[in-house]
Write a protein that binds this ligand. Structure first.
Ligand SMILES: Nc1ncnc2c1ncn2[C@@H]1O[C@H](COP(=O)(O)OP(=O)(O)OP(=O)(O)O)[C@@H](O)[C@H]1O
Length: 235
């Protein structure tokens, strides 16, 4: 159960890794409702591993991990879809179905997550497309959209079930700088309305232009700019 003032992510003494290898140890941080936090670190430092653990694609190797009210160390398989309704995921490569329209991409996720009322689905599709600044694109096919617009659809999809936090793994990694800025603005707009954001990025220009709390993966540890100096690429 999540109470209104509980952090959306509350991680203490956690180890994360994959294929039996631990990548980050003693990871401790929490993210409150409505916070905006960057996750940085060199290639291979463990950003994706941490994010994939948070959305239950990888099991934690130890510690206490609470994500949107779910205990990730004891998560039952049937709870994973419920966790992912409260925690929206945005990918670097958009991961849209190329043979379905924008609206159909969104409706696919809605049906898979328990929506059935057609008029409610239509209403929610219009709402999330409005939230990401694509009010008239429901009938378009992904290939008719720019990369930046396709990522907006990816964000709209992550918003469908009113998540408490958006977790984004290098959402601007496939975009040129103009679209990167635009996508940042979409995240910030959503964040200003109360949804927390945890964004992994290599884009130090964005962090410099829009400073916020930074978590940094370095040498198997996670540094937190609230408590210590983070350095990688920011000086
Ligand atoms: N499937 C896998 N099995 C075992 N080790 C892996 C696997 N995928 C990645 N790794 C290792 O885990 C470590 C962390 O990788 P991860 O992808 O989390 O880093 P990252 O910080 O997200 O990097 P990038 O910025 O390139 O996305 C790396 O040393 C990598 O080689």
């Amino acid at each position: 159960m999540t109470f209104s003032n509980d952090p959306v992510l509350d991680i203490s003494g956690a180890s994360v890794g994959q294929s039996g290898q631990t990548i980050l140890e003693n990871v401790t941080f929490s993210i409150d409702k409505g916070e905006f936090v960057y996750l940085i670190g060199r290639t291979g430092s463990g950003k994706s591993t941490l994010l994939r653990t948070l959305y239950a694609e990888l099991p934690p190797h130890g510690g206490t991990l609470n994500a949107v009210g779910y205990d990730l160390s004891n998560l039952k398989r049937k709870e994973v879809p419920r966790l992912r309704r409260k925690l929206g995921i945005v990918f670097q490569d958009f991961q849209l179905f190329e043979d379905r329209s924008v609206a159909e991409n969104l409706i696919f996720v809605m049906k898979a997550t328990g929506w059935s009322d057609k008029s409610k689905m239509k209403g929610r599709v219009a709402e999330v497309l409005m939230n990401v600044g694509l009010p008239n694109s429901g009938q378009k096919m992904p290939h008719q959209l720019s990369g930046g617009e396709q990522q907006r659809v990816g964000i709209a999809r992550a918003l469908i079930n009113f998540p408490n936090i958006l977790i984004a793994d290098e959402p601007t990694g496939n975009l040129d700088p103009y679209f990167s800025e635009e996508i940042y603005e979409v995240f910030k707009d959503i964040n200003n309305k109360g949804t927390a954001v945890l964004m992994a990025t290599h884009d130090h220009h964005i962090i410099k232009r829009h400073p916020a709390r930074v978590l940094q993966c370095e040498d198997g540890r996670l540094l937190d700019s609230v408590k210590e100096k983070v350095t990688y690429g920011l000086d």
